[in-house]
Structure formats: C-alpha cells, structure tokens
Design a protein around this ligand. Structure first.
Ligand code: GDP
Length: 363
C-alpha cells in the first residue's frame, strides 16, 4: 500500500488530525494482511463513484480503496543529530511515500506554542532543517563512498557523484531538495538515497474555524509551498475531530450542513495524499463485491491485476474494460456490451482512472 507520514512541531494539531483520520477509518481486523502499528491508520478513500456502481450492481459488499497515514510525532529540533529518539523518527519518515506536514495557523491562547508565538515560516524551517540535515548526512556519505568508484571511471558513480556535489550547497543551507529542480532522470539516479526532502509533500495548514480566509499565516504557508512544489491543504483539525466523533450519518450530515460543508475536510487531505503520490482508482464490479483498487497513474493492465493478486499479474491474459461513465450510462456490464462499450485489452493497456475491469488469467 501507499502511505503518508504526518510530521510537524509539537502542539500544532497532529494527533488531533491523526485521531480524526483513524476514527473515520477502517478496523485493522478487516485487513489481516497488513501489520498495523499503533501509529498507523488505514483510511478509506472517499469516492462517490463506488455508491453509484453499487446502485447498479447491487453487490453483497462495497469495499473502498485505502490510504495509510503514519503519525510521526516527536520530530523536534536536534532529531538529525540522533539525539534521543530523533533518529527513529527520521527512519520512520524514510519509510513513508509522502509527507503531510502539519503547520499551526491558528491563534489560541489556551494552546501553548513551543516558541511562544504562531509563526508558520519559522515552524516549517525548523522541521525542514532537520530533514535537510538528515539528507546532508546522506549526501556527504554518498560523495565519500562514490569517490574511489568515480576515480576508477565507473560511469554511474561519476554521474551520481556529480549530482550529489551539485545539490550539496542547497542541502547545506537547509533547503528542501524539492526546490532544487532535479529532473526525472536525476531523481531516478538518486532514488536509492531515499532523500527526505525530495518526498512529495503537502502542508496541512491547521486553521481556526474562521481562519480559511484573510489568514496571514495561511498566506505564508502558501508562499512557501509555491517555492518548493508542495501543495497546501487548509483544514480545521478541531472541527474535523468533532465531525469524526459523530457516528450517526444523519447527524454528521446535519453538522456538516450547519458548517456549510459538503463533506469533511479530511476528504481533501486524503485526496491530496492520493494526488501527491500520483495514484488513481480502478474498479471491479461483481455481485459479490464492488471494490475500488489503487494503482499508480500510468500502470498497465497486468500491473493493475497484480494489485489484486500477484498470480493475476503473472498469469495475465486479457482485461475486460468498461469506462466508468459508460458503465453508469448503460446501466452495467450487459448494457455497456450491447452499446459496444465493452473492450478486451492486452498487456500494454494503460489503465485509466475509473475503469471498471475484469481480469482473465491463467493459473
Ligand atoms: P500535536 O502535539 O501536534 O499532536 O498537537 P495536538 O493534536 O495534541 O493539539 C495540541 C492542542 O491544540 C490540543 O489542545 C488541541 O485541542 C488543539 N488544537 C488542535 N487543532 C486545533 C485547531 O484547529 N484550533 C484550535 N483552537 N485548537 C486546536
């Protein structure tokens, strides 16, 4: 699966966000194949298309696809020096695919700020500095290690060392690698280093109820994100926590309505994570279950089959495909077939978001 690590200074609202995410989440027992650590939450990906498909197919079960969020609390200044548990937090971040960086953009005299004032730029710099210092360590070690190989004429070592030397000053200044402007080839060459500041990042600007507009703190976060190819998701974590506590769907709808919201703000966080990771959804729609599955954008049909089971990928023959819109317009598989919208695709087929698929495979 794909996951997103939640980082940020203490007292900015990380736990509040994580708890809201996991309360609206899925019981770990339903996912026996994942080892779930206490700080990991599996969150269903909100997708109204699932209900539309279910309305047509009337299956026994409807299963959404999911995103994983990991609460990486305790990242503080000094983490990169390996003080206390610092190294462990950095190691946890290294294992995630994307970073959700929670930034305090709300004023509240009752909530102590670690630096005694709300200052998103400073907060962001503290965290980014720790991540950059960890990367700096990797860059320096890498240059050292590649030295002899590069001298010996190893082409890949020379290319890698060249990039590492170019990014060194940038990283030394505590700037994230995201803002260096590496191209895709260079990123590929550096993949094995697992640089933290190169991970796709969203800033979750934690605002007060009335803080979505005319909020100078939020503007600061937006400006920083724009400089470094990051995205911003403004949320009021406090309200999200209240929404998540409402079990009754009707009550929840009424509460959202009274706030002038169509859906919980968490949905935007989950979608942004999905988007950040370059993910998309395809569906399987049988009478037993209608289910959403996650694949990378650009995934081929066999790769998509592999998400269900590796045997599906190994023994892949063909994929039966109906576009979501056609499936809905023609009221299911039979109708789509009669309308000529049912296709048989081979191993080079690139899956499109919303495809309703059925795989044929050899066992
Ligand atoms: P963490 O240390 O980053 O995990 O922060 P917490 O989630 O524990 O939040 C710290 C305090 O800030 C708690 O008392 C929360 O209730 C409060 N808090 C979190 N989000 C908001 C918010 O959006 N507005 C206000 N006013 N308080 C919040």
């Amino acid at each position: 699966g794909f996951n997103c690590g939640i980082v940020g200074l203490p007292n900015v609202g990380k736990s509040t966000l994580f708890n809201a995410l996991t309360q609206s989440g899925i019981d770990a027992e339903n996912f026996p194949f994942c080892t779930i650590e206490p700080n990991t939450g599996i969150v269903p990906m909100p997708d109204p298309r699932l209900d539309v498909l279910a309305g047509i197919v009337k299956p026994e079960k409807v299963i959404p696809t999911t995103m994983e969020f990991v609460d990486i609390a305790g990242l503080v200044a000094g983490a990169s020096k390996g003080e206390g548990l610092g190294n462990k937090f950095l190691a946890n971040i290294r294992e995630t695919h994307a970073i959700a960086h929670v930034v305090r953009c709300f004023e509240d005299d009752n909530v102590i700020h670690v630096a005694n004032r709300v200052d998103p730029r400073n907060d962001i710099e503290i965290i980014n500095m720790e991540l950059a210092l960890a990367d700096l360590d990797s860059v320096e070690k890498g240059i050292q290690k590649l030295g002899r190989l590069a001298k010996g004429g190893d082409k890949e070592a020379i290319a890698q060392k060249d990039i590492l030397e170019r990014i060194l000053p940038h990283v030394s200044e505590g700037k994230p690698l995201r803002s260096f402007g590496l191209n895709e080839d260079e990123k590929k060459l550096l993949k094995s280093y697992g640089f933290l500041t190169l991970k796709p990042t969203m800033y979750i600007a934690n605002v007060n109820e009335e803080g979505f507009e005319n909020n100078p703190h939020l503007d600061v976060v937006r400006a920083i994100a724009a400089e470094e190819e990051a995205v911003v998701v403004p949320v009021c974590n406090k309200i999200e926590a209240e929404i998540a506590e409402l079990d009754d769907p009707e009550e929840k709808a009424m509460f959202l309505d009274s706030m002038g919201l169509e859906e919980p703000g968490l949905n935007r966080v989950i979608r942004a994570g999905y988007e950040l990771l370059g993910l998309q959804t395809y569906f399987t729609a049988g009478v037993k279950e209608v289910r959403a599955w996650t694949v990378k954008k650009g995934a081929t049909a066999p790769e998509g089959a592999g998400v269900i089971h590796t045997d599906f990928q190994k023994g892949f023959i063909r994929a039966e495909v109906i576009a979501y819109e056609d499936f809905v317009q023609f009221n299911g598989e039979q109708g789509a077939k009669e309308a000529g919208k049912w296709r048989l695709e081979g191993k080079d087929y690139i899956i499109k978001d919303g495809d309703v698929m059925h795989f044929r495979f050899n066992v």
